[in-house]
Design a protein around this ligand. Structure first.
Ligand code: SF4
Length: 605
């Protein structure tokens, strides 16, 4: 089959992947793809899907959880279009807030932004929106779009047009729409979005990039939290605009629920009918009043957010009847917190069945069967591909001499871990990254790393500080970095130029057991025949470890050693999962093997 492929040659496994996608599409089946870094998944998926779509008069959505992942899709589409001189349009869309050119609203954050934008549009008070609506055909913009949403934003800004509206207009004629998950996955926005861009799910192939994130992303659309502090700030906002509204009864209701359900505990399940009926029966009016007052507060005080709007959005979800939502109250440091936690996104999942077909892909979509099960696409094609990078460039060992298992945690154990880390570092000619299951373990081991300078991730580190840490660590040639798994330093980040020569995964990053986790496990047990603990607890922890372990080898010439440091990596339940992603070697004398590995490097050089 001749594919619309931008390069002259395919990489190992790329052609196989394109053929597998085409076969799945031809039989109108979904496909789940687990392919490691380096296979060139984005190019393969776009080429196969676009070729099939062009031949069968379909459209394509390429959806990602992060804006930064749009770039490669846009580059691929631009290159295909010019190489084959195709008369197709594509558009790169990000969320409305990131495309807003109206300086009255674009600094506002979260829910308040969407409420403010909707309010302006409804009243005809956003000139950028009105101009974009009236703008003539925007097809000539296609050259601008070759470089993605940033240039579209600049063009719109220069011409006084709402960039989101311009993008939506262009999307009507687009064969491919690059967008974020929420555009299609969030049922609150999906229908309006599809109508606006005149596309239908039935005629669309949907590529879900980084698909291991889908359920978590979807859960977040239905989860929300407030605290008594939110109510206090909302009351202060009312006071500042001189509103006669009074929220004392909400604070009182919260305290009352705490007395009845929480008592002396720190967390407890609560139920929809714990909220007094006077509140729940009039919730719509209350929400509308709070939203209006919140927007007035934002406008008057030039604030970036509003607790009134936040409270209104929270209460909007409160009355939703669903056993996939857990209501949890916690007390920490004297503060009461009320959380609506989505256990499973049952309102998002039906979208997969609406599409012509879905392509789910990731470098950590393991085990494929679990993902197919959870996504509700049980008859999908499942495919896993090998790494295109030389096997000899990566050695993976297990150190079973220590563990971070809760009942074994002790000062002695932390001391042993620190000593092992120092020995490993001494055998590695370059940077060593060490990933921990929690800050608690990180800090405990750190105490025993005497006289060593360490780039150390800290709790609540701001983005700027994280970026500085990454840059400084990569620049240094002989350092250690301590970070936690499941965080910004262990996932979704490429350490450049083989700047990490060794990775140690200390322990297994299991989620701390709490009420939310137990609610998720029991919900999944009921819905997916007893798989709760495996799907919500064990497997996600191993995936976090594998993600962190994958940070060192990002190109064909990168070389590194990986040590999985915990006796449990030798246990069958963890070992079989890890082995489906990493070529683990059994070796007791792994320190010697590390030394040999780097000597052979010298010999090669
Ligand atoms: S319509 Fe567009 S420009 Fe106007 S506030 Fe909304 S996003 Fe911003």
């Amino acid at each position: 089959m001749d594919y619309l492929f931008r390069f002259e040659r395919t990489r190992p496994f790329q052609k196989e992947m394109m053929d597998d996608i085409t076969a799945a599409l031809a039989s109108r089946r979904d496909i789940l793809i687990n392919a490691p870094t380096g296979v060139g998944k984005t190019d393969a998926a776009i080429s196969a899907a676009l070729t099939y779509a062009m031949n069968n008069d379909l459209d394509v959505f390429f959806l990602t959880p992060k804006i930064s992942q749009h770039r490669i899709a846009v580059e691929s589409l631009s290159a295909i279009r010019s190489k084959f001189n195709l008369g197709i349009n594509f558009v790169d869309m990000v969320g409305k807030r990131n495309m807003c050119v109206n300086e009255k609203t674009n600094a506002i954050e979260n829910e308040a932004f969407y409420a403010a934008c909707e309010n302006l549009v409804k009243k005809g008070n956003c000139p950028f929106f009105s101009r974009a609506k009236l703008a003539a055909d925007t097809r000539e913009l296609n050259d601008v779009l070759n470089t993605g949403h940033n240039s579209l934003f600049e063009f719109s800004f220069d011409n006084g047009l709402c960039a989101y509206e311009v993008a939506a207009k262009l999307a009507k004629d687009a064969r491919v729409v690059v967008a974020g998950y929420p555009h299609i996955l969030n049922p609150y926005t999906k229908s309006t979005f599809l109508k606006k861009i005149a596309h239908s799910m039935e005629r669309s192939i949907v590529i879900w990039d980084e698909a291991h994130n889908i359920l978590e992303a979807a859960n977040s659309y239905f989860s929300n939290a407030i605290s008594n502090y939110t109510i206090e700030r909302a009351s202060a906002e009312l006071k500042s605009i001189g509103s006669p509204m009074d929220l004392d009864y909400l604070s009182f209701a919260l305290k009352n629920i705490a007395e009845r359900r929480l008592g002396s505990k720190t967390e407890a399940f609560i139920y929809a009918n714990d909220m007094p009926e006077e509140i729940t029966s009039g919730i719509e009016k209350l929400n509308a009043d709070m939203e209006r007052a919140g927007l007035e507060f934002v406008e008057q005080s030039k604030a970036k957010r509003s607790s009134l709007v936040r409270l209104a959005k929270f209460l909007e979800e409160w009355n939703v009847e669903s056993d996939s939502i857990a209501r949890i109250m916690t007390r920490r440091n004297g503060r009461l917190r009320l959380t609506l936690s989505c256990l499973y996104p049952e309102r998002s999942v039906p979208v997969f069945g609406d599409a012509y077909a879905n392509i789910f892909m990731s470098a950590t979509l393991v085990p494929l069967e679990m993902h197919a099960h959870l996504l509700g696409v049980g008859d999908a094609v499942l495919r896993s591909y090998g790494s295109p990078f030389p096997q000899a460039n990566r050695r993976v060992f297990v150190d079973s001499s220590v563990t971070t298992k809760y009942e074994h945690r002790s000062l002695l154990e932390y001391k042993k871990i620190a000593a092992n880390l120092m020995s490993i570092k001494a055998k590695i000619p370059g940077n060593l990254a060490v990933f921990f299951p929690s800050f608690e373990v990180l800090d405990s081991v750190h105490r025993y790393m005497a006289d060593v300078s360490i780039f150390r991730q800290r709790r609540d580190m701001k983005n700027v500080a994280v970026e500085r840490l990454i840059t400084d660590f990569q620049k240094s040639n002989d350092s250690i970095m301590f970070a936690v798994m499941g965080g910004s330093l262990s996932e979704g980040i490429d350490y450049q130029n083989n700047s990490i020569k060794g990775i140690v995964i200390v322990g297994i990053p299991l989620t701390k057991p709490d009420l939310e986790l137990s609610a998720k496990i029991s919900y999944i047990n009921k819905r997916f025949s007893g798989k709760g603990s495996e799907y919500m607890y064990t497997i996600p922890a191993v995936i976090r470890a594998v993600q962190a372990a994958g940070r060192a080898i990002r190109s064909e010439s990168d070389r590194a050693v990986i040590v999985l440091m915990d006796m449990r990596y030798g246990w069958r339940m963890y070992s079989s999962l890890v082995r489906s992603s990493l070529p683990v070697e059994e070796t007791k004398g792994y320190m010697f093997s590390i030394e040999e590995f780097w000597k052979s490097k010298k010999a090669l050089a």
